[in-house]
Design a protein around this ligand. Structure first.
Ligand code: NAD
Ligand code: GLY
Length: 359
């Protein structure tokens, strides 16, 4: 097992990464009270819920199985969680355990932030995306019909337990979507890691255990440092959104049904790199190398057919990074040196959108 620390003074917590931790890590010792509720979904429960429940023999351990899917990441489902907690008489010293991908993690984290004005929670992420990104850093939320992740809070977990073995059952497409977020860390702040990913792309595709564990560790290390420096996104935490502004526009345009989040981010990152080169900030070649790397994991590398530059501009105007009417974008000054800025030549944005939309 390897351990990292998210350094946030009194809210600091460890991230434990290892094979078989669902069975072997003494999780019950980390719980402050004598009640836990494990919350998961109907896909994950049959595979992993019993294993995790056995960890809490001897204290009150309730379970709640929710329907699977982003469409259930809502205030209605939150109410189901609160109903279950109250009906089982969970007190302020309870601990919620999120067993699942980013949907479960974000939702259970938000329930923990709200229940009795805040209770402990533990993240047990089961997708690659959740292991390298969403389980670390305390962003919790549910969706509103008018916008994704619009209702939420910052609420840090007490610990993150990453069992790399759970990825064995993750569908290949979900694994690849997670790799998009892994590559993001290399691009924005860790050029050595980026080079390592290029060297090991085939082994990662075939899920070689040691390579996967290393990719998860180095991603979490990067994320933990970014979060420790800027917990509530007043500045550099926004760099974690490389490719996301373009990506969200594509997700919205396609009704969130066409692509997984990581797939849209993959194309969005290529667009951000292209635009950075148009601005003269990046040398030639990175866009081609990044496209080849993402394509080797079978991630999409082109925008959805029929999308227009005007549609992109319209949808990107809704981005959370818009400040005083100015669209701020995460761009690269060099490999490993990201900036979030509204100070760019708008012509470079236009020509990037035109190039990708084929007009
Ligand atoms: P997800 O939670 O929907 O999981 C993807 C699918 O994989 C689901 O069907 C799930 O049931 C299944 N699954 C999960 N683990 C499995 C396993 N081990 N074996 C087999 N199947 C498994 O999707 P996701 O990509 O993990 O998360 C996406 C969510 O994360 C979005 O809601 C997004 O907004 C959020 N997110 C949050 C942050 C953050 O910082 N809080 C960052 C990135 C994304
Ligand atoms: N996934 C972006 C963030 O945690 O800030």
């Amino acid at each position: 097992m390897r351990t990292l620390q998210v350094a946030l003074a009194e809210r600091s917590y460890p991230i434990h990464i290892g094979e078989g931790l669902l069975d072997s890590f003494p999780l019950a010792e980390q719980v402050r009270g004598n009640q836990v509720m494990i919350i998961t979904n109907e896909t994950i429960a049959p595979i992993y819920l019993d294993k995790l429940t056995r960890q809490f023999a001897g204290i009150q351990c309730d379970t709640l199985i929710l329907p699977d899917g982003e469409k259930f990441k809502t205030l209605d489902t939150l109410e189901t969680i609160f109903d279950a907690l109250m009906s089982k008489r969970h007190s302020r010293t309870t601990t919620l355990v999120a067993l699942g991908g980013g949907v479960i993690g974000d939702m259970v984290g938000f329930a923990a932030a709200c229940y009795q004005r805040g209770v402990d929670f533990i993240q047990v992420p089961t997708t690659l995306l959740a292991q390298v990104d969403s389980s670390v850093g305390g962003k919790t939320a549910v969706n509103h019909p008018r916008g994704k992740n619009m209702i939420g809070a910052f609420h840090q977990p007490r610990l993150v337990l990453i069992d790399t073995l759970v990825l064995d059952t993750l569908p290949a497409r979900e694994l690849a979507a997670g790799y998009a977020e892994v590559v993001k860390y290399g691009l924005i702040r860790d050029p050595d890691f980026y080079a390592w990913l290029e060297t090991n792309n085939q082994g990662l595709l075939s899920r070689e255990a040691e390579l996967l564990a290393e990719a998860i560790y180095r991603s979490c290390e990067n994320k933990a440092q970014v979060v420790a420096d800027d917990e509530t996104e007043q500045g550099n935490r926004a760099l974690l959104n490389l490719g996301h502004t373009f990506g969200h526009a594509m997700e919205t345009a396609t009704g969130y049904s066409h692509w997984l989040h990581g797939e849209a981010v993959a194309v969005g990152m290529i667009m951000a790199v292209h635009m950075s080169r148009e601005l003269g900030w990046l040398e030639q070649g990175l866009e081609e190398k990044l496209t080849a790397l993402l394509a080797s994991w079978k991630l999409p590398v082109a925008v959805p057919q029929g999308m227009t530059p005007a549609q992109f501009m319209d949808l990107m105007a809704m981005d959370k990074k818009v400040l005083n009417g100015q669209l701020r974008l995460v761009l690269l000054k060099a490999l490993g040196q990201a900036v979030v800025t509204a100070e760019y030549d708008k012509g470079a944005l236009d020509s990037t959108l035109e190039a990708f939309c084929g007009v």
